[in-house]
Design a protein around this ligand. Structure first.
Ligand code: R5P
Length: 290
């Protein structure tokens, strides 16, 4: 029997991550506090953690995306330090700007590195989920962990009749494999073949999708273009159903409505809270905190 020693931590949820932070506190069996956040008439952010002095470790849970949330995160970290927190650990479920990990063109900013520098101003331990470019974690001076959402996604779909888990490209194959292992399904990645100047075919590289209940797994859904193209092709190939799931559901520009037209169902984890964020990554984050 595993005996869990109660942790002397306080989990504080910022405005982007209230549900996840509460799940996390429950998972850890520790105290939860909702930070108070508001905006001054000129748009500046105001935060307050309503508490007496804190002698425990504080875990601040807040996204760095969109930009206004980053300011809230920095202020929450400082508020925790101001209350005397023994240690401030920062959980950023969705690490915005992680796609700009290089100066791709001369004169660009190295955005991901700027974010790292800011986020470690008042915090020595950092946890994120399915960071787009893991190299950014090497830039933290303190401890930094990337947690995988795949076990939680797999658990959610277990027993739901999924036969085939697909990554939209080869780079995402490992994630699809992790999800498939939990479900007990086969997995593959989609491959694009240019048939002519205008015609591009997208199909699973090794597996036949005909009559299968397919699940496409990606780290981010932004405009939904990637999933839309994949889902339409899978239907053409005879898939019985196509479900899409991602870790970070940004769903920009009406992506969710568009995806509902080409997929049987769309889900995301709760790293970004939205109407389909029904899969909690709290169990995986809790493991990294213990
Ligand atoms: C790409 O490298 C990512 O893993 C996602 O596939 C991409 O960000 C999805 O973007 P969109 O939803 O705009 O196609």
């Amino acid at each position: 029997m595993v005996v869990l020693i109660p942790l002397t931590m306080i989990v504080i949820g910022g405005s982007t991550s209230k549900m996840l932070a509460q799940d996390l506190a429950k998972e850890l069996g520790c105290k939860y506090m909702q930070a108070h956040t508001s905006r001054f008439p000129d748009g500046e952010c105001y935060v307050r953690i309503e508490s007496e002095d804190i002698d425990e470790e504080v875990v601040v849970v807040q996204n760095s995306h969109p930009d206004s949330s980053l300011v809230e995160l920095l202020l929450l970290q400082d508020a925790a330090v101001g209350l005397g927190a023994r240690k401030v650990t920062t959980v950023v479920p969705y690490f915005g700007y992680a796609r700009q990990d290089e100066r791709f063109k001369k004169g660009e900013a190295l955005s991901a590195k700027v974010m790292v520098r800011l986020m470690e101003l008042s915090s020595k331990k950092f946890i994120t989920v399915d960071v787009h470019k893991p190299i950014v974690l090497d830039w933290f001076n303190g401890e930094a962990h990337d947690v995988h959402a795949a076990p939680c996604i797999g658990q959610f779909f277990k027993g739901h009749g999924i036969d085939l888990v697909l990554a939209p490209d080869e780079g995402a194959l490992q994630r699809a494999g992790e999800v498939a292992k939990v479900i007990g399904a086969e997995f593959d990645h989609l491959e694009k073949t240019r048939l002519s100047g205008e015609v591009v075919r997208m199909a699973p590289k090794n597996v036949d999708a005909k009559d299968k209940n397919a699940l496409i797994v990606d780290d981010i859904i932004s405009t939904g273009g990637t999933i839309e193209a994949a889902a339409n092709q899978l239907k053409i190939l005879g898939a019985k159903s196509v479900t899409a799931v991602c870790t970070h559901g940004l769903f920009a520009k009406g992506a969710l409505d568009r995806l509902r037209k080409c997929c049987n169902a769309v889900y995301s984890t709760n790293t970004i809270e939205n109407e389909v964020s029904v899969i909690s990554v709290a169990p995986q984050i809790a493991k990294a905190l213990r």
